[in-house]
Design a protein around this ligand. Structure first.
Ligand code: GDG
Length: 918
């Protein structure tokens, strides 16, 4: 019923529009008519999308079907206004085509793409021209023509028949969400080819004018007109583009509006001054794209906002102007022409790939992207018809009929080509290359001579392993296990996971003393304390720096040798590998890399401690995407890029331009594998494991507190012990009733600073236990330094009444999130340092300052005495955050961000968690 009512309303409105359009009030009716066309076309486009067809085919079909009725609906004054609108639309589309041609993105491939374009054009034009010559007398244009006249007509026919549609190509890519080399290359080829064809068309038109209108003594005039039409258009486009780029850079407001105004100017000035408006628009687009690189995000957002209605109207108009009657009248010739065109384009692509060396998907599928024809071809045809009414009209009819075929078939075939080349979103993601210092599987020699495999502990390694199992690919890491060499093949690879191999682990053998200088030295005695605000002096030694550079270069060489033809994106982990990207780029300029910096980034004054800070910042800027844990780190990095390198930083879009490259810098907080932890929590074996832990750790106390840390001076363990000391001093009634379990896994113990903290913690715990011992009751602190399995850890998290994370400075801190993920009973209190990244997200924790002993002790009391209701309220809120941003969201935000940097709008936004149900 409602649908019928809506239909009746729509019909009534259309009639009203028609009435309005008849009189002077037509100005109001035009937008209304436009609105109806928009709505109808959008619905048709959406319907076709369900059948895996491009939306724009829907708009076209809508235009074809409704076209004849539109001419009834739209009155003459309205049509004139719409003409202006479609003028702007066509120019915007040409401008968008120009915007796709980024020299930076195409980089080293640009020369290859130019060669490919030239070869494809040369072969297709030669082929179409030759067949046209042979078949001329059968073509319904001017069969009896001979000599110069025939040549001029043939030349025009060839240029127009071969021409392509950047708009349709770009629209299919955008509509299908395709990304990859094929879509990149096809877009560039189409734009470059059409630029060349626009010039050729202008030249050929001048020749035709001389031939048909008598060219005696007009040589100079012809040349000057040509220079004006082409040179003037390019110059005007470049000027407008440069002005707009300046506007973007220095003002940057209301960009969508200004963009449309720029298109109106290009279209109006172009038409009235006899400049080629489309050529000017493409030129402007190229200039804007390549001058305002850092403003790319804002620009793309503006295009995204402004383009859809314009595109819909454009395609409907094209659809409405399609002459199906022409197809019927001269269908055979048009079909033959299409077949010849397609055949030679395919040959051209084969030749192009030969001379350019572009990779496989391009050889196989590029031709599908070169079929569509639309605005530019129609434009050419109508110019010819207008200037040469006799044979020009005949030619136009023939061209329009074949355009109709290409317009309908092209997008469908291109979408299929993209699907088959694996560039559509629906396709399974591409293999991945993960690079980290530490390996996910370690083979060790057992005492009995056998070989054991252990997995790396820690949430990140587990999550990346899960990701690799799903996507496949190669993980490159240092082989540190005693039996690692025994299980690899001749190229140092082993398939993992051992029980069900699904990806490859490639091991690097990093020998002493270089390894220690790189790992223990530069990374852990230099960068680690540099990036954490703690009282440990960073040590920077030249020999460590040399080792660091050397080993980073070895990682890069391994990536280069492994990546082969896979074009896998490279995901680099952490501060050990800051210089991998520049070394890799020297070997392989167009690899896509992202680096995640797991620890904080120092503020500018602290960064200045590092003698090689500039090399570090520049090295990180060799990545396409650089991600930090929290906004504070991202900001500090952007400051460093500005202050140390004078790089161009666009704060809003987070893009940094340095050394001719652009890097997107984002903050993407890491999460935990929430579902896996939930799975452990629900496991029936959990109760037995808890019982085992109660006995192992002597957990008889009424209240259990918990801390789980690598023994690192950044984790604030002595400060935690200070607070427990203060608590026991202030509240003797709690002695013997509260036990605090500290799981402290030694790490980096061969460095002095770590050995010192281990000793200090051991002694402090002993002293505490002696001071507050209650005979017959459990100790104040139970200290356990053997690593536990992940399942045991979850069992322990669920035994605790509260968990303390008291880092002095921490990138994120996964323990805080793991504790929350494990508590589906919605009980337990998280006492969390404000200085850990996690505190920015887990606002409902009891937030402490580890340096403020008394307040810290008071927070412990608050945790111990917290009511059930309050525990539930806080835990619920925190669980929502942790569930909504799990480690897979983290990885896919980074990887999707990396893959879409060039092919999709650059607006990078981190997945929101607000709507997640827990
Ligand atoms: C860096 C940043 C950032 C600990 N003991 C055992 C065990 N663990 C696991 C925990 C947790 C991981 O180790 C420790 O992660 P953290 O985040 O707490 O700290 P870092 O090692 O310093 O990590 C840090 C992190 O990178 C990720 O980006 O959050 O800020 O410093 O997953 O569960 N795991 C097992 N047994 C143990 O005994 N199985």
């Amino acid at each position: 019923m409602r649908r019928l009512l809506a239909l009746a309303l729509a019909i009534a409105a259309m009639v009203a529009v028609r009435e309005l359009g008849g009189d002077a009030a037509s100005a109001a009716a035009t937008p209304l008519a436009l609105g109806f066309a928009l709505m109808g076309a959008l619905i048709t486009g959406d319907a076709l999308r369900r059948f895996q067809l491009p939306r724009l085919t829907g708009y076209l079909l809508f235009g074809v079907v409704v076209g004849p009725y539109l001419s009834n609906l739209i009155t003459a004054p309205m049509a004139a206004q719409l003409q202006v609108f479609t003028g702007i639309a066509t120019t915007l589309i040409a401008l968008i085509a120009g915007l796709t041609l980024s020299m930076e993105r195409l980089g080293s491939r640009f020369a290859a793409i130019v060669r490919m374009t030239v070869a494809t054009l040369a072969v297709s034009m030669a082929g179409v021209g030759a067949v046209g010559w042979l078949a001329w007398r059968w073509l319904p244009v001017a069969p009896t023509a001979t000599g110069a006249e025939l040549l001029a007509m043939l030349a025009l026919l060839t240029v127009v028949v071969v021409s392509f549609s950047p708009t349709m190509t770009a629209a299919v890519v955008a509509d299908s969400g395709a990304r990859g080399r094929l879509s990149d290359a096809v877009l560039a080829i189409v734009v470059l080819a059409d630029l060349a064809l626009l010039v050729l068309f202008a030249v050929t038109m001048q020749v035709a004018r001389v031939v048909f209108d008598g060219g005696d003594g007009q040589g100079a005039e012809v040349l000057s007109r040509l220079a004006w039409e082409i040179g003037g258009a390019v110059a005007f486009g470049v000027l407008v583009g440069a002005l707009f780029a300046l506007y973007l850079r220095y003002i940057g407001r209301e960009i969508t509006l200004v963009l449309l105004a720029v298109c109106a100017v290009l279209s109006q000035v172009g038409t009235t001054q006899q400049l080629q408006p489309l050529l000017a628009a493409v030129a402007a687009g190229i200039v804007i794209e390549n001058l305002a690189v850092a403003q790319g995000d804002a620009l793309r957002a503006a295009v995204r906002r402004g383009a859809p209605p314009v595109l819909v109207v454009f395609f409907v108009a094209v659809g409405a102007s399609l002459r199906l009657d022409a197809v019927a009248a001269i269908g055979a010739s048009a079909l033959a022409l299409s077949a010849v065109r397609l055949g030679f384009i395919r040959l051209g692509v084969i030749a192009g790939v030969k001379v350019s060396g572009l990779p496989d998907p391009i050889r196989k599928y590029a031709w599908t992207g070169l079929i569509s024809q639309a605005g530019i071809t129609l434009g050419f045809a109508s110019v010819i018809a207008a200037e040469f009414p006799g044979w020009g009209n005949q030619l136009q009819l023939l061209l329009v009929a074949s355009i109709a075929i290409h317009e309908l078939v092209g997008p469908i075939l291109f979408r299929r080509g993209l699907t088959q080349a694996g560039e559509l979103e629906a396709h399974s993601p591409r293999p991945l290359m993960v690079v980290s210092n530490r390996e996910p599987y370690i083979h060790n020699q057992a005492a009995d001579g056998g070989i054991t495999v252990s997995t790396a502990t820690g949430g990140v390694a587990v999550a990346l392993d899960a990701l690799m199992r799903e996507r496949g690919g190669v993980w490159i890491a240092h082989g540190g296990g005693s039996a690692d060499r025994l299980v690899v093949d001749a190229s140092d690879k082993v398939a993992v996971p051992p029980e069900n191999p699904s990806y490859v682990l490639r091991r690097l053998w990093l020998e002493e003393p270089v390894f220690s200088a790189y790992y223990g030295g530069f990374a852990n005695e230099g960068l680690w304390p540099l990036c954490h605000v703690v009282d440990v002096r960073p040590k920077f030694r030249s020999e460590d720096w040399e080792a660091y550079k050397d080993i980073n270069a070895r990682f890069a060489a391994a990536i280069h040798s492994e990546i082969g033809a896979t074009e896998a994106p490279v995901f680099i982990q952490d501060y050990h590998l800051a210089l991998v990207a520049p070394a890799l780029r020297a070997l392989r300029p167009d690899t896509r890399t992202a680096l995640f910096w797991h620890i904080p980034w120092p503020y500018p004054d602290r960064l200045r401690i590092c003698p090689w800070r500039r090399e570090l910042v520049a090295g990180l800027l060799a990545n396409d995407l650089l991600a930090f844990q929290v906004e504070r780190d991202r900001r500090n990095f952007l400051l460093a890029a500005e202050e140390e390198l004078d790089a161009e930083v666009e704060l809003e879009s987070s893009r940094v331009r340095f050394n001719g490259r652009t890097t997107t810098v984002v903050s993407v907080p890491i999460g935990v594998d929430y579902d896996r932890i939930q799975g452990f929590a629900a496991d029936p074996a959990l109760a037995a494991e808890q019982q085992r832990l109660i006995e192992l750790l002597d957990l008889r106390a009424e209240v259990i507190g918990l801390g789980v840390d690598r023994l690192d001076y950044t984790k604030g363990i002595p400060e935690r012990l200070n607070a427990i000391d203060a608590l026991m001093a202030q509240r003797p009634d709690l002695r013997g009733r509260v036990t605090f379990v500290q799981i402290g896994v030694p790490s980096r113990s061969d460095l002095d600073s770590y050995a010192a903290i281990e000793t200090e913690i051991g002694e402090r715990i002993k002293a505490l236990n002696a001071r507050y011992a209650v005979p017959g009751r459990p100790p104040v602190v139970t200290y356990y330094t053997t690593p536990l399995g992940a399942f045991s850890l979850v069992a322990l998290y669920r035994l605790a009444h509260f968990c303390i994370v008291s880092s002095l400075h921490d990138g994120m801190n996964l323990v805080a999130k793991e504790f929350v993920a494990a508590r589906d009973d919605e009980r337990g209190v998280l006492v969390l340092s404000a200085l850990a990244g996690a505190a920015q997200e887990l606002e409902e924790a009891v937030i402490i300052n580890p340096y403020d002993v008394d307040a810290f002790a008071a927070a412990l009391i608050q945790a111990i005495e917290m009511t059930d209701d309050e525990q539930v309220r806080r835990m619920r809120a925190m669980r929502k955050v942790v569930a909504g941003r799990n480690v897979f969201n983290w990885a896919s935000d980074i990887l999707e961000g990396l893959e879409s940097i060039w092919t999709k709008p650059l607006l990078y936004s981190v997945r929101g968690w607000e709507d997640t149900s827990v």
